[in-house]
Design a binder for this molecule. Structure first.
Ligand code: IPT
Length: 957
């Protein structure tokens, strides 16, 4: 728009000035309108966009991003590992939610140190070479406690996710803390942040003033990059209806989870549709803001099933289909790495401790076949730049096989064509072949193509592949690079399927088939190669008026063995190793930062010498011109047995004589909560500043003697419970309530969410004297606010009703004893042991007895320590495995060196193995494990525990 206006002004000295003077206010107004009206293609700093793609400094990019939650990996050192793994898979961006709850224990208090150091996180992303989509909410969902809202927000008046006072001051406080950190890392400041995501799936409660204010605050805090939001479900609410009104963002995107979350049925196939990301407005690129790349484990099937549900076949079909049918150039996959709901981070209704998500990279940072598929697709998107600007064109016919269908796009500037080949019926599992009759830019060609079941291929024609001209190929391109004065290209196809590649030459080139079976023909400038995809064929083409070309034609599997890294002296391709993070070249040497086991390594490089880490690798020059060597096996990692457990029972709070005089008096008669209590005083834990984990209540009453029953009601969140003692005698336990009020018109509020009725045994009450009721409530996290109704999120935690007949009770409450500065607000709750440091490594447990025998109802701690000395320079992720079967009689909080790294139990979820991330785990020294076991019934507690390794590589970090 600005450029057009400039173009229209006639360039004549004086009249021009005069015109300008007259026009200036008009122009200024126009300019300002342009800035204020979203959806115009223009510069925001150096990040611009048009209907095709984002641009950085005018250069088009295909944004290939994956989601990462730093708050689910409490180890700053490991952020780098994960982000480098993203980069190596061909991602050029990472999408980061920022969790308000993780940083703020109470109003006005924010902590960005240690594992919460997001400044370091953004620097790490930059070092890894990734752009950042910054998503600070304020609401983030993400199956995280409160959907990212700190629990103290439940005590703040005003509807959450609206412009109402109370909430407004609170979210502005958060934004003014987080925005400046994000702002100084923007692309416009030379940093990685390329987009800013306002709110999250804010499609239900359409408070435009709120949506606009988030953006205004961001701009005021220095956010210059384009603002986006992720729409869902009723896509378009913030995009078409509100396109130019208050609240509308510049580049709305869409969330899509076509494969559902039914991990128990991994054979499902797109139950929620074909997952095509809509084009929301004519002036913006198609943006898949969250595209499914894993699943929450709703049915407790275990995350391996989620990985199957969203495995390579799903990725091939759905991702390529999306790319080709809509011309999307902005993708963010949810999740690239899931991580751990350590501490009280989980939103309890949908997830347990692990947030592995069935992602391409596991919770313990291991690469999976899904990672290979991301790498095949990601390297392609980065290498073949004409993809950043395409439009639909007529597609070649699939002569002879109606089972297959094609979709085509072309870049209008280069003419490069892209053809998607897939089954017509997306559920088909048959293998079908056809001859594509392709009227490509360089002439018409017939090439064979096969589609095996739910595979899909994106084929390329009319493409300047480095110094070559690719006329057409029925193999997919993984990547290509100019290395040492020649082009090296990696193509691939389904093992066993036929393929053909045609290249253009001025004259007949010399062709040497170095490996594999490839038929070579030449006809009027067309060099045609016919082959079956098998292993790795190698074809060297020289002469013909072009620089040399080494064509490597593999299968899905052999293509996945390749890595690509950039050096100052140009790119290198590597076949082999577990992971190539980066490469540097100096003199005649190329050095790889690679993770390795024992095996061959081949490097396509002009260098003569190879180093991997500190090792000089002995290499030979292959007929392909590459360097071939071998890597060493990693050293054995010794993991000790876990022995010497000591135990100590706690729950002194259950005893009548326990001194609770320093506890908080629970005497409020009113609450700002939209949920009103059934009995007074208000006993909601949050109202007394206790937000996470276990909370104790002690109720004192003078009995009349006629009381027969204790009636309680507690809301804990799914998987929570509570235990009750009267005058020190255990009365029993009950499950905590989940929904007090669904907020859903169709479901009436549950008047009795978590009832517990306990008969008073004869002779226990002291008539006319003081009696003490002790209640331990295990809360499990806060509901999210996905539907933006405020009510679910604000559902109380703790006791919501309590009575012993009509006898008045005075209450005291105790939860966590202050925030652990190192571990943050979500690590510790209010167990006696937590309040007195039994979970901490420094706690002196020498006087404790060795752990044997039956655990009584209540809380018992078990502790042991172990020494590790893992091999230096290796990455050995360690896990803790619970042997035997869990019983519903108990639940266990697990503390590693004082950090609450998860919860185990039959009622908690299917998880038996818990990740002990390096950083929290001392890999070269002493570690302390402390288990807080809450028994509802007498039990022997958990079975034998052991350490195990998820993997072992020499580390290239
Ligand atoms: C989408 C949320 O935006 C994201 O935070 C996360 O909760 C994800 O779902 C599921 O893991 S909401 C989408 C399911 C409609």
């Amino acid at each position: 728009m600005v450029a057009k206006l400039k173009g229209r002004v006639p360039f004549r000295a004086d009249p021009w000035k005069a015109t300008m003077r007259r026009l200036f206010p008009v122009l200024l107004a126009l300019l300002l309108t342009c800035v204020a009206v979203p959806g115009q293609a223009r510069a925001a700093g150096e990040v611009t966009y048009d209907e095709h793609s984002l641009m950085v400094d005018g250069r088009r990019i295909v944004l290939q991003s994956a989601e990462f939650h730093y708050f689910r990996l409490p180890s700053q050192e490991l952020w780098e590992d994960v982000l480098e793994k993203f980069k190596a898979a061909g991602f050029n961006a990472v999408s980061l939610y920022f969790s308000w709850a993780y940083h703020s224990p109470r109003p006005g208090v924010y902590d960005f140190t240690g594992v919460r150091d997001v400044d370091r996180l953004l620097r790490t992303a930059e070092r890894a070479g990734l752009y950042v989509i910054a998503r600070p909410g304020p609401y983030i969902n993400a199956e995280s406690t409160g959907g990212g809202f700190p629990a103290w927000l439940k005590t703040v008046p005003g509807r959450a996710r609206s412009f109402e006072a109370g909430y407004r001051e609170a979210y502005r406080e958060w934004l003014h803390r987080i925005n400046p950190i994000i702002a100084r890392h923007q692309v416009t400041e030379g940093g990685p942040v390329i987009l800013y995501n306002a709110e999250n799936e804010y499609q239900v409660n359409t408070d435009a003033a709120y949506m606009q204010d988030i953006q205004d605050q961001a701009r005021a805090d220095g956010i210059e990059v384009p603002i986006t939001t992720n729409d869902c479900c009723d896509a378009g609410s913030w995009s078409s209806t509100w396109a130019t009104g208050p609240g509308a963002v510049q580049i709305p995107g869409v969330d899509d989870y076509p494969q559902s979350f039914e991990c128990a049925n991994p054979e499902l196939w797109g139950p929620w549709g074909e997952g095509l990301t809509e084009k929301l407005r004519d002036d913006i690129p198609v943006f898949a803001a969250e595209y499914q790349a894993g699943a929450i484990d709703l049915g407790n099937a275990g995350y391996e099933r989620c990985r199957e549900l969203t495995g390579p076949a799903f990725m091939k079909f759905f991702y390529k289909n999306n790319l080709m049918r809509t011309g999307a150039t902005m993708f963010s996959y949810y999740m690239g790495y899931g991580g751990t709901n350590w501490g009280w981070l989980a939103q309890p209704n949908d997830v347990y401790t692990s947030y592995d998500y069935g992602a391409a990279i596991t919770e313990a940072r291991q690469l999976t076949p899904k990672y290979d598929e991301f790498k095949r697709q990601g390297l392609f998107l980065q290498a073949v730049t004409p993809l950043a600007k395409t439009g639909a064109v007529p597609s070649p016919a699939t002569s002879g096989n109606a089972a297959l269908t094609t979709v085509a796009r072309a870049n209008p500037d280069t003419g490069t064509q892209f053809v998607l080949v897939r089954h017509e019926d997306r559920a088909a599992t048959s293998t079908d072949e056809t001859i594509l009759d392709w009227a490509a830019p360089d002439g018409r060609h017939q090439v064979p193509v096969q589609v095996k079941g739910r595979d899909a291929h994106v084929l390329v024609a009319g493409y300047d592949l480095g110094g070559q001209r690719l006329a057409v190929s029925s193999s997919e391109i993984m990547t290509h690079a100019a290395i040492g004065g020649r082009d090296v290209a990696v193509l691939y196809g389904t093992a066993g399927s036929p393929g053909a590649t045609v290249l253009r030459y001025a004259s007949r080139p010399t062709v040497k088939v170095l490996e594999g079976r490839v038929r070579v023909t030449y006809d009027e400038g067309d060099l045609r190669l016919d082959y079956a995809h098998e292993g790795l064929a190698r074809v060297l083409v020289t002469g013909g008026g072009r620089r040399p070309l080494l064509l490597l034609i593999g299968t899905d599997e052999t293509a996945a063995e390749f890595w690509r890294a950039e050096t100052a002296a140009g790119p290198v391709l590597v076949r082999g190793t577990e992971l190539v993070r980066s490469a540097t070249s100096y003199g005649d040497t190329v050095r790889l930062a690679a993770d390795t086991k024992a095996g061959p390594v081949e490097v396509f490089t002009p260098a003569d010498r190879l180093r991997i880490g500190q090792d000089e690798i002995r290499v030979t020059r292959t007929p392909s011109g590459s360097l071939l060597g071998a890597t060493r096996a990693p050293g054995q990692a010794h993991l000790p047995a876990l022995t010497g457990w000591r135990a100590h029972a706690e729950s002194p709070e259950a005893a009548p004589g326990f001194d609770d005089s320093r506890w908080t008096a629970a005497d409020h008669t009113t609450t700002v909560s939209p949920h009103k209590p059934k009995t007074l005083p208000v006993l909601y834990a949050d109202d007394y500043g206790f937000h996470y984990g276990n909370v104790w209540y002690r109720g004192h009453f003078t009995a009349t003697g006629s009381e027969t029953r204790v009636d309680l009601n507690a809301i804990t969140g799914l998987r929570g419970n509570y235990l009750v003692w009267l005058n020190g005698r255990y009365l029993g336990s009950a499950a905590g309530g989940v929904q007090a009020d669904s907020g859903d018109q169709a479901t009436p509020p549950n008047p009795d969410p978590g009832p517990g009725r306990f008969d008073i045994p004869d002779g226990l009450l002291k008539a006319g004297a003081g009696n003490v009721l002790s209640v331990l409530v295990a809360t499990t996290g806060h509901n999210d606010d996905w539907i933006a109704d405020d009510l679910r999120f604000k559902q109380p935690r703790g006791l919501v009703a309590a009575s012993v007949g009509d006898t008045p009770i005075t209450w005291r409450i105790q939860g966590t004893a202050g925030t652990d500065r190192l571990r943050g607000p979500l690590s510790t709750g209010g167990l006696y042991g937590e309040r007195t440091g039994w979970h901490l490594p420094t706690y002196p447990d020498k006087s404790w007895n060795s752990a044997t025998g039956t655990l009584p109802p209540g809380v018992t701690w078990q502790r042991t320590s172990f020494r590790l000395d893992l091999p230096k320079g290796q990455d050995v992720p360690v896990g803790l495995r619970f042997g035997g079967d869990p019983s519903p009689a108990y639940r266990v909080l697990i503390f590693l060196n004082g950090w609450n790294i998860g919860q185990y139990g039959a009622d908690i979820g299917p998880q038996r193995e818990f990740s002990l991330p390096a950083g929290l785990l001392n890999e070269h020294g002493t570690n302390t494990l402390a288990l807080a076991i809450t028994a509802e019934q007498p039990t022997t507690g958990p079975g034998p525990l052991g350490l195990f390794a998820y993997g072992n590589v020499r580390s290239g970090r």
